[in-house]
Write a protein that binds this ligand. Structure first.
Ligand code: IPM
Ligand code: MG
Length: 370
């Protein structure tokens, strides 16, 4: 069969290449065993690109990302590049991809696998069965607002400043994604801001409500201040169905939500743009975890967030729901069987490496497809 899905793979830095290797193993398996085939290209991003090309993302790689059906991304950053000027930092590569591909909707599902309810830092009854979808705005807000900078004042003091800003349409399009997702779930959306102290939050709240009233009467929309949401996430996370938040609040809340599921090593994400006239939707898939330089290169990292990101690729870019579920079920079974990487290790379980976890999941895929 001719390869029909064009995938650009950007492993990045730190544990990125290790977890990506396991994703490639599953891609190969799908290629061989399922009715889908991939044309895979590899590229550099972050520190890896800086070292080779002097920039965290080349124009050429950006063009390849735009031309691909989906981008599979590892992670970027590390101490080696920490002292570089801001515009050279590895993270800029990722932020530029998000911005230039206009990936405004970042889906971060926090799902607790039963086998890991005891690995969470919360009591197991609070997280067992947890299934929250966080939708984070990804191309605006304080991450990109102008003016920004560090200046020296006449009195010699320095002043650092950033700008939080949102337009009507930037709010509406991401809230719309949240409502569309909620429609297929429990029909509840919690919109998060700080309307008590920020004008951009007042606008966010008003526009979210207007959008819901005009287009989603069947959705129950509530509003919550970001600080309260952080508290509620660790108090009673199962109260939430879909949470929609701006770029910065979404970044913070999704790390908190990740820990509820047992480990940051478990959380995948999808970053989606708007569907164009030809039906194509720009998309990038990445684990929520970072490059974890402390354990990089030691075959210790948890590859599951990366593998679940591949499952999201199948679901959201290729509409291959059955194949997506196969990967998720294989992960569940391997966890039920007691295999654990260090980050989710519990007494009485079997500690395995990155590559052994990947191999076990592929073996389980074989069993499931047999
Ligand atoms: C994330 C990360 C990134 C962000 C960094 C690596 C730029 O924390 O994807 O959550 O802040 O968005
Ligand atoms: Mg983050």
């Amino acid at each position: 069969m001719a390869a029909n899905k064009r995938l650009l793979v950007l492993p990045g830095d730190g544990i990125g290449p290790e977890v990506m290797r396991e994703a490639r193993r599953v891609v190969d398996w799908l290629d061989k065993r399922r009715a889908v085939s991939f044309a895979i290209e590899e590229g550099l991003c972050g520190g890896a690109s800086l070292d080779k090309h002097g920039t965290p993302l080349t124009d050429e790689t950006l063009e390849r990302a735009k031309a691909a059906d989906a981008v599979l991304f590892g992670s970027v950053g590390g101490p080696k590049w920490d002292s570089l000027p801001f515009d050279k930092k590895p993270e800029r590569g990722l932020l530029r991809l998000r911005k230039e591909m206009d990936l405004f909707a970042n889906l971060r599902p926090a799902v607790c696998f039963d086998a890991l309810a005891d690995a969470s830092s919360l009591k197991p009854e609070l997280v067992r069965g947890l299934d929250v979808m966080i939708v984070r705005e990804l191309t605006s807000g304080i991450y990109f607002g102008q003016p920004r900078g560090i200046e020296t004042l006449p009195n010699g003091q320095r002043r650092g400043y950033n700008t939080q800003s949102y337009t009507t349409e930037e709010i509406r399009r991401v809230v719309r994604v949240a409502c569309e997702l909620a429609r297929k779930r429990n029909k509840r959306v919690t919109s998060v801001e700080k309307a008590n102290v920020m004008e951009s939050g007042v606008l966010w709240r008003e526009e979210a409500q207007k959008l819901r009233d005009a287009e989603f009467p069947e959705i129950e929309l509530s509003h919550m201040y970001a600080d309260n949401c952080a508290m509620q996430l660790v108090r009673n996370p199962k109260q939430f169905d879909v949470i929609v938040a701006d770029n910065l609040f979404g970044d913070i809340l999704s790390d908190a939500a990740a820990m509820l599921t047992g480990s940051l090593g478990m959380l995948p994400s999808a970053s989606l743009g708007a569907i164009d006239a030809s039906g194509r939707r720009p998309a990038l898939y990445e684990p929520v975890h970072g490059s974890a330089p402390d354990i990089a290169g030691q075959n210790l990292a948890n590859p599951i967030a990366m593998l679940l990101s591949l499952a999201m690729t199948l679901r959201y870019s290729f509409d291959l729901l059955e194949d997506a579920r196969l990967i998720e079920t294989a992960v569940k079974r391997v966890l039920d069987g007691g295999a654990r990487t260090g980050d989710i290790m519990q007494p009485g379980k079997a500690k395995v490496s990155t590559s052994v976890m990947g191999e076990m999941i592929v073996r389980e895929l074989d069993n499931l497809a047999a």
